[in-house]
Ligand binder design. Structure first.
Ligand code: NAP
Length: 313
């Protein structure tokens, strides 16, 4: 794939397209100063990012919305230049909750639509105020829902113009097939956001999604923040990998840039999170070099089939 900074989008099956590089915005709200996300999104837009990945459960969607609106007011961008992905949380799977939940996100963002709305996880929690409902023994309270019915409510959001495209996240092949084989399916998922990087390359899911025109959006493309509260840190740090560093040296690039380039070069969208101005800009500098076929194979061979994000819930 020949990629340049100007043409760094790939088509979606519904006729829209998605920028191959986006800014991830998840940061632990307890450890992150207020306003960090606002500043990061503004710096990212100035650096050339047009895709922002967020979620209601990241508790900073208001900052993302404010950054986008400020950049529009400045005349730097138009709304249609930006691709924002929002997510439907686990407590909101019952079909009657889907549209009100998206409307709540739009109100927080102060935007009229999201570009992509995705079901964040294929399993549901008990609906209610608690986002992580637990019983008296500290166990999560799950909720029986029909993913196909949730999907129909997602389709209605697209029809209402509240989401330009709809997709899923953390779905395996069986769950994708369940949606795609649903009688009366109106729109299939355009994308599936899953963990994807050189230590977890997702060869089988990637092949399946390619066959069905579903774009893989790779989260934790740099190997996560290694926050022990939710990351499996027994898997070694990705960015210390000798192969990634050696290849980077050849191109005067960092291991992070090589890891991101590897994915976009095989058509996987990446959404690295950084709230640091220098690293935000660094992660954008991946359109001015390309990896050889041999280097792509060497990086593919790093796959350990081990997740950093085990999602034990
Ligand atoms: P990531 O993007 O792989 O890594 C983020 C970490 O790398 C941060 O600690 C960041 O620190 C650091 N970093 C960023 N650029 C760097 C560079 N050039 N060199 C060295 N370190 C660098 O991890 P992630 O946040 O887990 O994943 C990215 C995004 O994917 C999330 O923010 C979220 O939007 C999404 N996500 C979705 C799901 C899901 O279930 N759908 C799950 C996980 C994540 P600084 O900020 O200090 O630069």
């Amino acid at each position: 794939m020949n990629l340049t900074a100007e043409s760094h989008r790939i088509p979606l099956s519904d006729g829209n397209s998605i920028p191959l590089l986006g800014l991830g915005t998840y940061a632990d709200p307890q450890k992150t100063p207020k306003g960090s996300c606002l500043e990061a999104v503004k710096i990212a837009i100035d650096a050339g990012y047009r895709h922002i990945d967020g979620a209601f459960v990241y508790f900073n969607e208001h900052e993302v919305g404010q950054a986008i609106r400020e950049k529009i007011a400045e005349g730097k961008i138009k709304r249609e230049d930006i691709f924002y992905c929002g997510k439907l949380w686990n407590t909101c799977h019952p079909p009657e909750l889907v549209r009100p939940t998206l409307e709540k996100t739009l109100k927080i963002l102060q935007l009229d639509y999201v570009d992509l709305y995705i079901i964040e996880l294929p399993m549901a929690f008990k609906p209610g105020e608690a986002l992580y409902p637990k019983d008296e023994n500290g166990k999560f309270i799950y909720h029986e829902t029909d993913l196909c019915a949730t999907w129909e409510a997602m389709e209605a959001c697209k029809d209402a113009g509240l989401a330009k495209s709809i997709g899923v996240s953390n779905f395996n092949r069986r769950q994708l097939e369940m949606i795609m084989n649903k009688p009366g399916l109106k729109y299939k998922p355009v994308s599936n956001q899953v963990e994807c990087h050189p230590y977890f390359t997702q060869p089988k899911l990637l092949e399946f999604c390619r066959q069905h025109d579903i774009v893989i959006v790779g989260y934790s493309p740099l190997g996560t923040s290694r926050d022990e509260s939710w990351v499996n840190v027994s898997s070694p740090p990705l960015l210390k990998d000798p192969v990634l560093n050696a290849i980077g040296k050849k191109y005067n690039k960092t291991a992070a840039q090589v890891a991101l380039r590897f994915n976009i070069q095989r058509g996987v969208v990446v959404i690295p999170k950084s709230f640091n101005p220098q690293r935000i800009r660094e992660n954008f500098q991946i359109f001015d070099f390309s990896l050889t076929e041999k280097e792509m194979k060497e990086i593919e061979a790093l796959n350990k089939n081990v997740r950093y994000v085990e999602l034990l819930m």
